[in-house]
Design a protein around this ligand. Structure first.
Ligand code: UTP
Length: 279
């Protein structure tokens, strides 16, 4: 999970605090992502972190003193949520010295991943889904191999803000990708299926990231590496089931918070009542 970005869209909040630790109702974004990965069968999570972002890894360590205090005070419900966060998966971190893009962040996990097929999730692409999206991708990978990426339809006049795919539908909501394009002009876009921050990669992707090097903005663009890798392996795009909120943006973050609160039995009623009083 790459968590080493600068989060400039949230400045000044991200000056001294990681965006990935922003809280949607009662859990930080990173915990939702780790929960999704754990529910998809990943029991080892590698964070690609940056100096000053130590709180992210710390969130997943066992805090024995806190657990003891909560136990002594009889706060069993709180103890349970604290224990849950610390025991979700084996979480470790590697460092990205400079934020040179998502491709570069993924490359930092090369040694930790080894030869295994692995998943990537951007914690700020927050997704509410019945079946965790990484699990939806994992199933397609099991059937078809290669790279699998999540996509969602976006309004056609806004495709120039996204990475989009070109492909042929080979099963319900599954496309065999023939091309990936980063931010195409609206009249040249091959589709309106935009790439979302969930991927399954074979370990050979590291080679392609390295070989592809830097692209737009002097960053290692993962889309460019995937495009290059098409020569050697299949890539499938999955129109996932679920709702995505762009928690890298202020409005998306607010919408995610409202969506989660509306699903909470204690908050849903009072929230709806309060919202109805707004003009
Ligand atoms: P974003 O594209 O949202 O970039 O990264 P960002 O830097 O976090 O935010 P803005 O655009 O400046 O507001 C998607 C995910 O990839 C990580 C981020 O931490 C986020 O989880 N990332 C991004 C890295 O780990 N390293 C990078 O070099 C860039």
């Amino acid at each position: 999970m790459p968590v080493a970005g600068l989060g400039t869209r949230f400045l000044p909040a991200t000056k001294a605090q990681a965006k990935e630790m922003f809280t949607v109702v009662d859990r930080p974004l990173i915990q939702y992502a780790v929960e999704e990965a754990a529910a998809s069968g990943s029991n080892e999570i590698v964070l690609v972190s940056a100096p000053g972002k130590g709180a992210i890894l710390e969130h997943f360590s066992v805090d024995a003193a806190l657990e003891r205090t909560l136990a002594e005070r009889g706060k069993s419900a709180l103890l349970e949520v604290v224990e849950h966060a610390g025991r979700l998966a084996e979480v470790s971190a590697v460092m990205q010295g400079e934020p040179l893009g998502v491709g570069h962040a993924i490359l930092q996990a090369r040694e930790a991943v080894g030869d295994e097929v692995f998943g990537v999730a951007f914690p700020d692409d927050f997704i509410l889904a019945e079946t965790p999206v990484l699990e939806q991708l994992r199933r397609v990978h099991a059937e078809r191999g290669g790279i699998v990426v999540a996509v969602e339809p976006v309004p056609e006049d806004r495709v120039d803000q996204y990475g989009v795919i070109e492909g042929a539908e080979v099963a319900d909501g599954v496309y065999e990708v023939s091309r990936l394009v980063e931010k195409p002009p609206v009249d040249e876009a091959p589709s309106n299926l935009s790439i979302v921050g969930r991927y399954v990669f074979p370990a050979s992707i590291f080679e392609w990231i390295e070989r592809t090097g830097t692209g737009a903005g002097g960053e290692y663009q993962i889309t460019d590496a995937m495009q290059a890798a098409l020569r050697a392996m299949p890539c499938h795009a999955v129109v996932f089931e679920g709702t995505r909120y762009d928690c890298g943006s202020r409005l998306g973050f607010l919408q995610a918070s409202v969506a989660v609160a509306r699903r909470d039995p204690e908050m849903a009623g009072p929230l709806a009542e309060w919202l109805s009083t707004l003009d």
